[in-house]
Design a protein around this ligand. Structure first.
Ligand SMILES: [Zn+2]
Ligand SMILES: [Zn+2]
Length: 130
């Protein structure tokens, strides 16, 4: 249903379900890890997420005891995060997906900590924090 890859193309993956829980997070951590105004992330079940190549080319960054982020060690593309209290899911960075995403984006979160130059110009629900 979906395919994705990092910038250099070493890491490739496929997803065989609709992506769920799609949010745009404007928190300071997401801004730094993306180098951008916000991150757009969604959930897939582990059983529906498969690496086609490059799994060994990922580097894990343990952000905390409960969260790890994985990026391509060659080009730096952020691919996914794993959250300890949601062990059966993978949290995908939607910018790495190459197929069309027709699933709805559910909400903006952490708009209270968004960058001052970040103007939200859509009608999607906004939450100041979660
Ligand atoms: Zn890469
Ligand atoms: Zn965030």
């Amino acid at each position: 249903m979906h395919q994705g890859e990092c910038l250099c193309g070493k890491v490739k993956f496929q997803i065989t379900q609709k992506i769920t829980d799609i949010i745009m997070c404007h928190c300071s951590e997401c801004r730094r890890v993306q180098g951008s105004a916000f991150a757009t992330n969604g959930n897939v079940e582990n059983q529906n997420f498969t690496f086609l190549s490059g799994k060994d080319n990922l580097t894990e960054f343990k952000e905390s005891d409960s969260k790890s982020r994985f990026f391509c060690q060659s080009c730096g593309s952020p691919i996914m995060a794993k959250i300890k209290n949601s062990p059966n899911h993978t949290r995908i960075r939607l910018g790495t997906i190459t197929t069309d995403i027709n699933e709805a984006i559910e909400r903006h979160i952490f708009t209270d900590s968004k960058a001052n130059w970040d103007n939200i110009c859509d009608d999607i629900v906004q939450h100041k924090e979660w």
